[in-house]
Write a protein that binds this ligand. Sequence first.
Ligand code: ASP
Length: 615
Amino acid sequence: MCGTLRPSDAGKKAVLMGWVNRRRDLGQIIFVDLRDRTGITQVVFNYELNAAVHQKAEELRNEYVIAAIGTVKKRDADTINPNIPTGEVELVAEELRILNVSKQLPFLPSDFVLANEEMRLKYRYIDLRRDPMQFNIELRHKVALAIRDNLASQGFFEIETPFMTRSTPEGARDYLVPSRVQPGSFYALPQSPQLFKQILMISGFDKYFQIVRCFRDEDLRADRQPEFTQIDLEMSYPQPDRVWEVVEGFLTAAFKAAGHEIKTPFPRMDYDDAIRQYGVDKPDLRLPAFTDVRDCFTPNDLEQLAINKDLPVIAIRTPGVGELSRKERDDVKPLFVSKGGARVFEDFKRIENKFPDAAERIREKVRGGYLSSIAEEELAKQAGEKPGDDLIVLVVGSVPSGRDGHPAGKRKVTPAELAIYASAGILRVALAQKYADRHGIFKKSGDPDKDYRFLWVTNFPMFEYDEGERRWVAAHHPFTSPHDEDMDKLETDPAMVRARAYDVVLNGTELGSGSIRIHRQDIQRRIFHALGMTEEEARSRFGFFLEALEYGTPPHGGIALGLDRIVMILAGADSLREVIPFPKTAAAKDLMCEAPTPVAEGQLRELGIGIVLKR
Ligand code: ASP
């Protein structure tokens, strides 16, 4: 095969089949780089050695498919190509068969400059021939295989669940499939196999997994696709840490397949702590946590600066960025998304000038807080950081907060505080992204401990308050079990109920989420009720499931992780489209086969469907 020839093959006959990646015609000699999945070998057509074959090689053009038969030869020292594994050898052609020709291509797999993405997606089959895409798809295969093997070795069965089903709520819109034999009725493509996997526990398959496609009709972002692949699993009788152990096991195997040794167990963090320290429930641990520097100001300072003294004063430290110029400070402003009246002080110099004592205390506290961990101190030293290199930006609450009496007002992190933390959390990541070149934290160091910062986030609130609808909604999904000790607050104080839910996070990306489930019908009913669902509604949507729960359901729990995201991170890609063979655009279109399309009148008639487009 094209990528496997080595000097030890010298003198052997070989038959290589593949695509003409590049052709250089030097007159008497024609070189062809022949490419297949395994790589590239140089094939030489020499007029003096074989005039007929040389003549035929003159017909070759980019991406013709050929068979070259010849003898492997070591290259002369001065013609060795150190950049490819086969660079020390070449195939001297004795016979050439043109297996197929190719039209002129819209772009070449060998091009160094990438075609625009629309072109790449329209001609995906050509794009997939490119080296990086071949690498990504192979990586995806290896990672999926490692996960399958690992879960099988942990005693899990891979069990399929239906694609044509009834919708289960995961918070997005369903893709619907009309039924021809039941006109007017629809299947839904599964947003996840949630209820089926729970039912498999009721059915006695106590360890289930599936690498499975899920479908959600959402507005797309860079890290979303309408159909995506989950590593979905469920098990009977677990405590959360048993589920985590299983996940850590298969992630270790997956990362190993990609050449990285990761350490387990992953650290764990309460949702409330994640919010207080990072302003999000999926913190990127590669960057420093926040510091609350409220106590560095005197009450008088706070008043002069019109800072709400009852809310946290968050210092965001971005190492290695240094002071910003005036123009750069202006660029920071649009990065700030203010929630609940949060304000930003991007000009720390100004604070230093007007409130030198407070500024000094802030610098000390911010630095001190960060260096409290020995590992981080070591990292900072290695990076040659000096305190003066820190960019410090403050996020504060305005006066007054005016959010008293909110239904979640008694939470450890109140809604008013949450607004400040969340605003600061968004800014922390935006700053780090904007100045990535200066701090270099996102660059891969080759040390998996630094490059891949995993985290379990646990103890989420069970309910979130939907301000628009003025009601409580499930923060995870409605099959998630509340903490036993919070059960008595279900009806009286839903804000304070914690869920037995957990997320696994990597470098600020949520890889997956799961929970211990409700396994008792009476509790499931109470949850539906707390979510404002009437008995009839619950029965009409989930009657089959509520009934199943009544026939001896074992306690169970599970999780689902995004395979696409894992591969994207391992491939160092910046979009899911780089690791999905046939992805869709942000407008949910497949540009290659041009889906979706209108369908023939007759097809619709058969389904009993008439279309009235509302504009
Ligand atoms: N079905 C859930 C999801 O897709 C995951 C789980 O709870 O297992 O997010």
